[in-house]
Design a protein around this ligand. Structure first.
Ligand code: S3P
Length: 190
């Protein structure tokens, strides 16, 4: 339950964002889906999980898509679904860890007026999360390979319009609050 003041402040964020959708980007394990769910709830917006849309479209879970059709098919579908999501008004989209690493995908997001938000967590936190839970992540082999992929991808994530630096101990609702506060201050979001 939100007090009147909080509602008014959140209402102002939505007003400032106008029809701009928010795209959460960052490495595997950054919490894009859980933060996206909390953020959409705080903003009263629709939440879309890009990987979920890809799974629905191809009728299989992500690891099966990689195993059965290969990464190329996954990436092509990812682009298609991203283009579709980018046309939706006022949504919060959690992208997969590789989506923002394509220049064309970044253009899809930004040219349709989307605001990209990089959830920037320390490698040590991501590593720990991935070691604990990587069963559904075909792009993860082992900590060393994942570290290299993370380093390669950082320059791409840094192309996001907004960067939110996190310690990794915050819960999803807290991170969503930080994202809202950061967007309120970000000139690009106005
Ligand atoms: C991928 C990350 C996954 C998913 C797919 C590819 C990647 O999403 O899109 O397995 O290339 O990093 P998460 O970042 O939600 O794990």
């Amino acid at each position: 339950m939100l007090c009147f003041g909080a509602r008014r402040r959140l209402g102002r964020v939505v007003t400032l964002l106008g029809m701009r959708s928010i795209f959460l980007v960052g490495f595997m394990g950054a919490g894009k889906s859980s933060v996206g769910t909390a953020l959409a709830a705080q903003l009263g917006a629709q939440f879309v999980d890009l990987d979920g849309e890809i799974s629905r479209r191809l009728g299989a879970p992500i690891p099966e898509i990689f195993a059965r059709y290969g990464e190329d098919t996954f990436r092509t579908t990812e682009r298609d679904e991203l283009e579709r999501c980018a046309e939706l008004p006022d949504v919060v989209v959690a992208t997969g860890g590789g989506a923002f690493c394509s220049v064309a995908n970044r253009e899809v997001i930004h040219q349709t007026g989307g605001v990209s938000v990089f959830l920037d967590l320390p490698w040590a936190v991501l590593r720990e999360r991935l070691v604990r839970d990587h069963s559904d992540r075909p792009m993860y082999d082992d900590p060393d390979q994942a570290r290299q992929l993370f380093e390669e991808r950082l320059p791409h994530y840094r192309c996001a319009l907004v960067r939110v630096s996190l310690a990794g101990q915050e819960d999803p609702a807290e991170v969503a609050g930080i994202v809202v506060a950061t967007l309120r201050e970000a000139p690009c979001a106005i």
